[in-house]
Design a protein around this ligand. Structure first.
Ligand code: BES
Ligand code: MN
Ligand code: ZN
Length: 495
């Protein structure tokens, strides 16, 4: 879907459909008033008769509205004006785009982007509109024999701003929204692919292809390379799999050569059976999503290149399956990480931290400005924060605040969690430098504590995205989160 930005009266739009918001109860938004005047009270008549009261999510498509250059008007309910915030704004865009797409409209002019949202400017509204619109029309069909047939998919959306002096800002915002949405679509596609297709080798191939297309440098380390680097912890997870592990390295060099890079690290477990500490059968298929952190890093590298961000950014994705096998790591086995620290693997299902710790050590060679890792790390994080916010941990409060605000801005939220020393005690081992699990209490915190021991040489943050990376149930599928948060964070680091 393409976006164009315009300012000007709705009645003079040549679009196939003009989208107008209605507040509850029965109050037209400002562009709606203009359409109403041009149509000699047609809209207010419909509203007075009770056909559109303005309830959130309700839509009403009108044909042959008099006095307009366009063919149709789509009314979208916005709910009560005093309750209209970010969430309601996004839902109104989603409802509009879904309806336009279903009705087979080829293009539309959306005036919802002119409706004020508290504390947000036109740039925010346009960026979010582009992102939500693209997200609403996303379809996964790579492994379906019949591709989802949408009769006449929406190809062009005009997003409007009230004032001409907002045009420039809005155009940049639409480009950002578009780039983020394309990144999210890539992350979703990779996440949704099954484990038998999206293997470590496949993930690496897709990363290589993306880097080639967008002009990034890419290198893939294989098992032998990782052995030479002494990544004993990463390799201990790969030991039970027939699929060879891959360590993916992507580099975006948009900054000055002397600028320290931001390093993003993503967990790339292409399927997590639990290993010898095998998981129960129910819902295990969802462990194909255990590479969503890695996918979001690959996708964010694409967005950075797409937007030509003037930053140096490195993306690292350790990728492997976690399988039970005769060669697999067993509970009680002790492995030596690349850092030299030894780990007693008390539970082979706590494998994410075992692959991330070596990636965090690898990151030291870049003398990074900061390192942010992203991982579907713990079920405990889902218990703590549900499916709304990612868990956010950091050894630097300023970095934590930066990521928190990026999440708020992008409406892809994370909540700051503690990393206090008291929790570190739960990782004590009688036989190695540390255990890989800390017991049931505060499971997401102790997982982060484990990682913190490999991130002592730089500013570091960790996002536990176990609750937000995918949806279960009827709408099962990858969400593309936290690509918006990560991109917003990078945008905030520009200049
Ligand atoms: N990939 C899982 C975490 C997970 C589980 C995410 C369920 C989303 C839903 C991770 O590798 C894992 O298995 N973690 C264990 C850790 C435990 C053994 C300390 C968990 O959360 O149960
Ligand atoms: Mn696991
Ligand atoms: Zn896992």
């Amino acid at each position: 879907m393409e976006f164009s930005i315009k300012s000007g009266s709705p009645e003079k739009q040549r679009s196939a459909c003009i989208v107008i918001g209605v507040f509850e109860p029965r109050k037209l938004t400002a562009p709606g008033e203009l359409v109403d005047q041009a149509s000699k009270g047609y809209l207010s008549d419909i509203i007075r008769r009770g056909d559109m009261e303005g309830k959130a999510g309700r839509t009403l498509l009108l044909h042959n509205v008099p006095g307009l250059l366009g063919d149709r008007v789509l009314l979208v309910g916005l709910g009560r004006e005093k309750d209209f915030r970010e969430r309601e704004y996004r839902e109104s865009i989603r409802a509009a785009v879904t309806t336009l797409n279903e009705t087979g409209a080829f293009d539309g002019a959306v005036y919802l982007t002119e409706v004020p949202v508290k504390k947000r400017d036109a740039g925010w509204r346009v960026r979010q509109a582009a992102l939500v619109a693209q997200d609403a029309v996303y379809r996964y069909d790579q492994t379906k024999s019949k591709k989802d047939e949408v009769r006449r998919p929406l190809r062009k959306l005009t997003l409007t701003v009230e004032r001409r002096n907002e045009l420039h800002l809005a155009e940049r915002a639409a480009a950002e929204g578009q780039a983020i949405a394309h990144g999210m679509a890539l992350a979703k596609d990779l996440g949704n692919l099954p484990g038998n297709i999206c293997t470590p080798t496949y993930l690496a191939e897709r990363a290589v292809a993306m880097c080639k297309e967008y002009g990034l440098e890419c290198k893939v380390l294989d098992r032998k390379d990782c052995e030479e680097l002494k990544m004993g912890s990463f390799l201990s997870v790969a030991a039970g799999s027939r699929q060879p592990p891959k360590f993916i390295i992507m580099e975006h060099k948009g900054g000055k050569p002397e600028d320290k890079p931001i390093v993003l690290v993503g967990k790339g477990i292409t399927f997590d059976t639990g290993g010898i500490s095998i998981k129960g059968g129910e819902g295990m298929d969802e462990m194909k999503f255990d590479m969503c952190g890695g996918a979001s890093v690959i996708a964010t590298m694409q967005v950075a290149a797409d937007l030509k961000l003037p930053l140096n950014i490195v993306g690292l994705v350790p990728a492997t399956e976690n399988m039970p096998d005769g060669m697999a790591t067993k509970p009680g086995d002790i492995v030596t990480s690349m850092s030299g620290q030894t780990i007693e693997v008390l539970n082979t299902d706590a494998e994410g931290r075992l692959i991330l710790c070596d990636a965090l050590t690898y990151a030291e060679r870049y003398e990074p400005a900061c390192v942010v890792d992203v991982a579907t790390l713990t079920g405990a994080c889902v218990i703590a924060l549900g499916h709304v916010a990612a868990g956010l941990y950091s050894n630097n409060d300023t970095l934590a605040k930066e990521l928190f605000h990026a999440g708020e801005d992008a409406y892809d939220r994370a909540w700051h969690m503690p990393l206090w020393d008291e929790y570190q005690e739960q990782l004590k081992s009688n036989f190695a430098d540390m255990a890989n699990i800390g017991g049931r209490p505060a499971g997401s915190v102790t997982a982060a504590c484990f990682l913190s021991r490999y991130a002592r040489k730089y500013d570091w943050a960790h996002l536990d995205i176990a609750g937000v990376a995918w949806k279960s149930g009827a709408a099962k599928g990858s969400t593309g989160r936290p690509v918006p948060l990560l991109t917003q964070f990078l945008l905030g680091r520009v200049n």
